[in-house]
Design a protein around this ligand. Structure first.
Ligand code: ADP
Length: 306
């Protein structure tokens, strides 16, 4: 089983010709609600590939929270450890996108920040019996770290995605991550080094590896990934296929969710092969609009991925 400890956010998206100024009211031409949050996104991608999944998260006792629980169930995700609280609203991302594709975003984490150690304790059985535990940083960081520690104590593989990045990330996140997977922006915030090419990616990957994880993956958008392993002296570039990208939102979460699936269900594959397959899944997700709405199902993918 793949267990994700993380966030759920309701995306409230308005499309406008331009972004409003302070104090201004403008008309938009389209509005839609989407399901997001890095934790849920990653869990949904794993589930759509066929993983048995549980999401440990918290939403509000409100209509967004109810809708979110339905969405998880529709994706065959176990909601046994989805808490609903009356003390905060479901997390939201209010997004305005102009006709040039520029956006402004306000995230209110709400209930996500109320996920706590007690919730983890209640879920300790599923965490400790999982094949892989996946965490990010859209919940209280100490709770993510505790989940990684619980997994490690039971010999469960840990996959950590330091997103959104924190410049002062607790160094224990490195030592409790078997796999530390970040994008170029996150790598820059964590190391202070901008990633503009493959050499930079190798360099930041090595720096992160030295902080104590076993394997670092830096995702590089259309360039695929750089993999830096403690077991192999030479970093490996794993390219992504050439595709026509229409919307890359959530590509990183599709990649992490796919990687969790391969780690749990194809543990004998080489790391490079798992990354190559996860690149394929994520590259399909960028060819359709939206976040979870763009994530492919097993039946729609080339069967040699399985
Ligand atoms: P994030 O969404 O966090 O910014 P990236 O942009 O690095 O993450 O993308 C994550 C993964 O998605 C990449 O490693 C790759 O597998 C896939 N991907 C992203 N953009 C493209 C693209 N334009 N073409 C092919 N694959 C892509």
């Amino acid at each position: 089983e793949v267990v994700v400890v993380g966030s759920c956010m309701t995306d409230l998206v308005s499309l406008t010709t331009r972004l409003p100024k302070a104090g201004e009211t403008i008309l938009g031409h389209k509005f839609f609600v989407g399901f997001g949050g890095k934790g849920a996104n990653q869990c949904v991608q794993s589930a759509r590939l066929g993983a048995k999944t549980s999401l440990i998260c918290k939403v509000g006792n409100d209509s967004f929270g109810n809708d979110y629980v339905d969405n998880l169930k529709k994706n065959s995700i176990s909601t046994a450890f989805v808490g609903q609280t009356a003390d905060a609203a479901t997390g939201t991302a209010s997004i305005i996108v102009n006709s040039e594709g520029q956006n402004v975003i306000v995230i209110v984490p709400g209930a996500n920040l109320l996920l706590n150690f007690e919730d983890l304790k209640r879920a300790s059985d599923v965490i400790c019996k999982a094949k892989v535990v996946v965490c990010q940083l859209e919940i209280t960081p100490a709770v993510s770290l505790e989940a990684l520690k619980m997994a490690r104590a039971s010999g469960v593989k840990t996959l950590f995605n330091p997103a959104p990045a924190l410049a002062d990330l607790d160094p224990q996140f490195y030592t409790y991550s078997d796999i530390f997977c970040c994008n170029e922006t996150e790598a820059e915030i964590l190391t202070g080094i901008p990633v503009g090419n493959l050499e930079d990616a190798e360099k930041v990957g090595r720096m992160l590896l030295e902080r104590g994880c076993k394997l670092v993956i830096v995702t590089l958008g259309a360039e695929g990934c750089m993999m830096i392993s403690g077991d192999e002296p030479i970093p490996k570039h794993v390219p992504a296929g050439k595709v026509r990208a229409v919307d890359t939102t959530g590509a990183g979460d599709s990649f992490v969710g796919a990687l969790a699936f391969y780690l749990a269900y194809y543990p004998k594959l080489s790391m490079e092969e798992m990354i190559r397959k996860s690149n394929c899944v994520a590259s399909v997700s960028v060819q359709a609009p939206g976040t979870q709405s763009s994530y492919p199902y097993r039946k729609d993918l080339p069967q040699d991925l399985f």
